[in-house]
Design a binder for this molecule. Structure first.
Ligand SMILES: NC(=O)c1ccc[n+]([C@@H]2O[C@H](COP(=O)([O-])OP(=O)(O)OC[C@H]3O[C@@H](n4cnc5c(N)ncnc54)[C@H](O)[C@@H]3O)[C@@H](O)[C@H]2O)c1
Length: 337
């Protein structure tokens, strides 16, 4: 795999957090080089297209991209760029780790949960949406496939093996949605038998919400369908102090795109106070993906240490007095020192 990666700085706070993140990656001495490409509002201004074909070509060529948040203009018939990227590269696995960091305002201190969400089918896609002429009845189709379920469940088990995780919980609603959710659950049971070393359990989605809030320590890796994963992963982010610390990895058979879960934060763009942690954590996952696991671990540990020891340098949302730049510099110094 190429050591050149595609970099999309993004909109709003995107360029600020990307500059800090690349500064830190350089301090880690990863041997990466970057090809910068446009997407989002900047691309619309420059090329008249939110997602120019040249951007897709560069991502496809390097197979790995680090992406800042993108603004999707409201109205005007614009499709979400993120949904387009997932479709174009068939990025079927959305991996969202939620890890506790010291000194953050959160309900629990020892959360370490990875949500593996199916990213390409199911209720979330709202296929065939229609509204009756009288406006009284809305319809959409839920389509889950055996192929889609197989590849996401297998991905979750392989991830668990690779990361030394102990347990997988398949989250479903097969008691009511007997065909769509039932198909996913049956596939999960089937694949689980191939991995006797990983504990497997299954849980109905509504109970999972309550259990996550009451007793999150029982969860290790969650695998689930698209819409449930969308909701549960935000719940997990809330358990560790919010979206500022939540990375999101979009993985396909050939291409992988790493990003922060949060958006372009127009309310704080240009103020230099955006927290770069979510993008930095996505970069750490990218290093794992590129086979640089030791560097990924060093980066996560440096974030932890900086949050505890350099509180004047970290961003205000974490209770610090620093800026995006000072946070990046403190991390870079720690990694170089
Ligand atoms: N992956 C993506 O590209 C992505 C994801 C979500 C939203 N968006 C887009 O982003 C734009 C803004 O969306 P929004 O305002 O609903 O959500 P947002 O996540 O951008 O912001 C929500 C709140 O969280 C704060 N926040 C977000 N990231 C932060 C950070 N790193 N440090 C400190 N505070 C942070 C913001 O200041 C804001 O108050 C929209 O156009 C939306 O479509 C893009």
């Amino acid at each position: 795999m190429s050591k050149t990666i595609a970099v999309i700085p993004g909109d709003g706070i995107g360029p600020e957090i990307m500059t800090a993140t690349l500064r830190v990656l350089d301090a880690l001495d990863c041997g990466l080089s970057y090809e910068f490409v446009d997407a989002g509002m900047i691309a619309l201004d420059k090329h008249g297209d939110l997602l120019p074909p040249s951007t897709l070509e560069v991502i496809g060529r390097h197979q790995v991209a680090l992406k800042g948040p993108l603004t999707t203009p409201i109205g005007g018939g614009f499709t979400s760029i993120n949904v387009t990227l997932r479709r174009h590269f068939d990025l079927y696995a959305n991996v969202r780790p939620a890890i506790s960091f010291p000194g953050t305002r959160s309900r629990y201190e020892d959360i370490d949960i990875i949500t593996v969400r199916e990213n390409t089918e199911g209720a979330y896609l709202a296929e065939g949406q229609t509204l009756s002429e009288d406006g009284e009845t809305a319809t959409s189709i839920i389509r889950n496939t055996r192929k889609g379920s197989l590849r996401i469940v297998r991905y979750a088990f392989e991830l668990a093996v690779k990361k030394g995780r102990k347990k997988i919980t398949a989250v479903h609603k097969a008691n009511i949605m007997k065909t769509s959710s039932g198909l996913f659950l049956n596939v999960a049971r089937e694949i689980a038998r191939e991995y006797p070393q990983i504990e497997f359990n299954e849980m109905i989605v509504d109970n999972t919400c309550m259990q996550l809030v009451m007793n999150p320590g029982q969860f290790d890796v969650i695998v689930t369908t698209n819409l449930f994963g969308d909701i549960l992963s935000d719940l997990c982010a809330g358990l560790v102090g919010g979206l500022g610390l939540a990375p999101g990895d979009n993985i396909g058979a050939e291409v992988a795109i790493f990003e922060a879960v949060h958006g372009s934060a127009p309310d704080i763009a240009g103020k230099g106070i955006a927290n770069p942690c979510a993008l930095l954590l996505a970069a750490a996952d990218m290093l794992d993906h590129l086979g640089m696991v030791e560097k990924g671990s060093r980066l996560r540990q440096a974030i932890r240490d900086t949050m505890v020891n350099d509180r004047d340098q970290i961003t205000p949302d974490l209770g610090g007095k620093g800026s995006t730049e000072s946070f990046g510099e403190a991390l870079a110094k720690r990694l170089q020192g």
